[in-house]
Ligand binder design. Sequence first.
Ligand code: MF3
Ligand code: CO
Length: 267
Amino acid sequence: MIHYRSPVEIELIRKSALLVGEALAEAAKMLKPGITTMQVDACLEQFILDNGGVPSFKNYKGYPYTTCISVNDAVVHGFPTNAVLQSGAIVSVDAGVYMNGYHGDSAYTFIVGEGTADTLQLLRVTKQSLMKGIEKAVHGNRIGDIAFAIQEYTEKQHGYGVVRELVGHGIGRNLHEDPQVPNFGKRGTGPKLKEGTVIAIEPMINMGLKEVYHDVDGWTIRTGDGKPSAHFEHTVCVKKGKADILSSFQSIELAEKANPNLDASYY
Ligand code: MF3
Ligand code: CO
C-alpha cells in the first residue's frame, strides 16, 4: 500500500532526513586516509543520539551498525570495519534517522585523498543521475519515469552498470515501504506518483558491469567485476510541478569542500 502523507507528517520526515544530512556532514569532516570506517560509524551514531534521533538501520532485520559504509567494490550495505582507508578510496556512507515516529534516509559518496578522472566521473554522473530521477518525481508521473531517467543517463549515456538487485523505496513510519523505486525501467510504467508520497531515490551505479554478489558477511553487496561503485540517496516528497527534497546535501558539500583530505574536484 502506498501512503500519502499530510503536511505535518512531511515536516516530521523532513526533520529526520535533515538530521541524516547533518550526520553525513560529520562523516565529511572526519574522512581521510588512515582512519577506519568503524570510527566513522561510532561518531555518527553518537551524533544522531545526541541530536534526539535513533539510528534507523541499527537492528533493522538484524543489521548491526548505525551506518552502511561501502568502500570501493562494495556497492551498498557495507559493514563498517577496522581496515584503514587508503587514498583514492570511494566511500559511500548511508544512514537513516528515526525521530517523532518517522524515518529519513540519505546517502553520499566521497573520495578519500585523491581520486582519478574515472572515479571522479563516476561520482559526478551518479550524483547527477539522482537529480535526474528527482526531476521526474512529480504528481502524475509514474515510478518508471524516475527509473528510466536514471538508467538512460548512467547506462546509455555513460556506459555504467545499474544495479538491478536493490532499489529505492517508500519511506515514512517504516524505513522501507511501498512503492519500490528501481533505477532501471520503462517510461510510463509502474505505480502512479501522487502528491504526498515520500520515497527514497537511491541510484547504485557501477563503473563496470551491473552484476553484484553478496559478501560472506551476509550484508555487503559487491560488484562482480571488482570495479568501484557509487551511491547517492535523497528522501523526496512527490509534489505537483516539482519534487520537494526532504534531505539535504548542503552541509555535506560544505564540509566536503572544506576537508583537504577529500577530493571534491568533481563538481
Ligand atoms: N539506505 C539503505 C536502504 O534503503 C539502508 C539499508 S538498511 C539496513 O536499503 F539497515 F538494512 F542496512
Ligand atoms: Co534507502
